[in-house]
Design a protein around this ligand. Sequence first.
Ligand SMILES: Nc1ncnc2c1ncn2[C@@H]1O[C@H](COP(=O)(O)OP(=O)(O)OP(=O)(O)O)[C@@H](O)[C@H]1O
Length: 250
Amino acid sequence: MPMLEVKGLVKRFGGNVAVDHACFTVEEKGVTCLIGPNGSGKTTIFNLLTNMLPADEGSALYRGGELIGKSASAVVKRGVVRTFQDLKLFGEFTVLQNVLIAIRGRYGESVWQGLRYSPGAAGAKADAGQAMEALRVVGLEAQAGQQVRSLPYGEQKLVSLARLYAAKADLLLLDEPASGMDREGYRLLDGVIARLLDMGKTILLVEHNMEFVQAVARKVVFLHRGQVLAQGTMEEIRSDKQLTEIYFGY
Ligand SMILES: Nc1ncnc2c1ncn2[C@@H]1O[C@H](COP(=O)(O)OP(=O)(O)OP(=O)(O)O)[C@@H](O)[C@H]1O
């Protein structure tokens, strides 16, 4: 059984069908990529899976349980978390505080509760230990005390990955993790993804950088105007003339 099975997912914005009866599967322990031209519905699918937007129709079974129609926090509790294109970090706070907020959020605490952090409080030490472990996974322990907004963009992206790791989810949805990254950023990101996979995580990502997709993806799901036109390996997608014309323009 696939880890995630999306069936007949539909989202309309007025007359615009952003996601049109999309069906695809995500197998456990590997990287699956959603690709497709701008506006083909990739981010909307993330919003539907995490219930940040209500779906009009369809189902998404995660380990056999329905995600659609649940609350956003219920999806997180089930073990599905996401990053955002605009990162949504707290720039004024430190790297460590940003990860701690994600950990405390797991218990249903608000950001402000998460930040009111007295070192003597029960559980505080354990949380700090977990936060540092997450920073080790992404290679940012040395930056723990720095204000997030003082970091280069690539490192801020890694903070968002540390937050996902700290949330202890099994299925990680990454929205354009490679965008805005330079060569060194790719190298770090490759390493973090490899470490997350070693730890048994499953990753579904949206990405435009085909070199990166080719390097990390076991499976690619091709979207066009909200419809899944194909799913398979990158080689299979690239060898389909109709798909390459739509997306790659040749
Ligand atoms: N909140 C919204 N209200 C109205 N229309 C929306 C909304 N969100 C997305 N859309 C529309 O839905 C369609 C799919 O958008 P979506 O952002 O999911 O595409 P995408 O494949 O992620 O694009 P990109 O690669 O540019 O990020 C587009 O036509 C977009 O304009």
